[in-house]
Design a protein around this ligand. Structure first.
Ligand code: CP
Length: 310
């Protein structure tokens, strides 16, 4: 199979077969990161530009490491320190970046839709590293990789996604991907943090955590995205933690082999306690390790297109 996508904007653009291909290939790339010499010449001569107009630790660093481990040249630009601060529009900035002939632009932006617009207007590959509340497709792929690595399958798993669903691009991308792969998804959160129309997503919806916690194979906790919340959605963080936080009491209610995930960054003491985040059910740091491997696969497919990896 050859890769037919110039860009990766949304999980909705991928078939189940393509998702399976990405997950399968990522195991080969994961092995490279565990070598003493973590570098292969696969993308030598290619240039990847990281445009991060919103804060990031994991996504930005793992894309940069992924590109460097494949021998691509990388350069990064953030809003702070760029001519964005002098009033340059993002489209002007993107056209100027394009004039420097990158092969791929990885873009994070605080509002939905920009990666799709860039993909339509620019000839290089565009990878969406998170656009507003819309999508974070590479996060969903690394999450699915991590679940499949742990359980050996995605089909039939019950995944509970808990917290600020309304503002979460991670939730949206995971719902699209997990449903395609045959998983059962329940979204859990206070009514004020569930988006309008969530009932049409093809998932189960619960405003109570306890009835779901003992039935899920995966508990994926989400951060309350204070930066995107304009009105008060719950009385205070203490009450939020009581009703929707993953704590020792709830960890003890989980199925014996159930796991805990979180895309990061965590608000410890709000949606997750130390017990839950650092305990033996947590695969949160495995997610981070797998993020490099999955992003190596995506850069390879976007810039190479041949699925035979040695
Ligand atoms: N999961 C995630 O997107 O983390 P960063 O915001 O640190 O990239």
């Amino acid at each position: 199979m050859s890769w037919s996508h110039k860009d990766l904007i949304s999980i909705a653009d991928l078939s189940g077969e393509e998702i399976t291909t990405i997950l399968d290939m990522s195991t080969s790339f994961k092995e490279i990161s565990r070598r003493d010499i973590k570098k292969v010449p696969t993308l030598r001569g290619k240039t990847v530009v990281l445009l991060f107009y919103e804060a990031s630790t994991r996504t930005r660093l793992s894309f940069e490491l992924a590109a460097k481990r494949l021998s691509a040249d990388t350069t990064a630009l953030s809003a702070s320190g760029s001519s964005f601060q002098k009033g340059e529009t993002i489209m002007d900035a993107a056209l100027n970046v394009m004039a420097m002939a990158p092969d791929c632009i990885v873009i994070r932006y605080p509002y939905a839709g920009l990666p799709r617009k860039l993909a339509l207007e620019l000839p290089c590959s565009i990878i969406n590293a998170g656009d507003g509340t819309h999508e974070h497709p590479t996060q969903a792929l690394l999450d699915m990789y991590s679940m499949r690595e742990h359980f050996g399958r995605l089909e039939g798993l019950h995944v509970a996604i808990v917290g600020d669903i309304a503002h979460s691009r991670v939730a949206r991308s995971n719902v699209y991907g997990l449903k395609k792969m045959g998983a059962r998804v329940t979204v859990v959160g206070p009514r004020t943090l569930l988006p309008p129309g969530v009932e049409t997503w093809g998932v189960e919806v619960s405003c109570e955590f306890d009835p779901v916690v003992n039935d899920a194979d995966v508990i994926m906790m989400l951060r309350v995205q204070r930066e995107r919340i304009e009105e008060q959605c719950f009385p205070n963080e203490r009450e939020y933690a009581h009703f929707f936080g993953l704590n020792k009491r709830r960890v003890d209610m989980m199925k014996p082999d159930a796991i805990i995930m979180h895309p990061g960054p965590m608000n410890r003491g709000v949606e997750i306690t130390h017990d839950a985040a650092d305990g033996n059910r947590s695969i949160i740091l495995n997610q981070v390790e797998n993020g490099v491997a999955v992003r190596m696969t995506l850069l390879y497919l976007s810039l190479g297109g041949n699925i035979n990896v040695d």
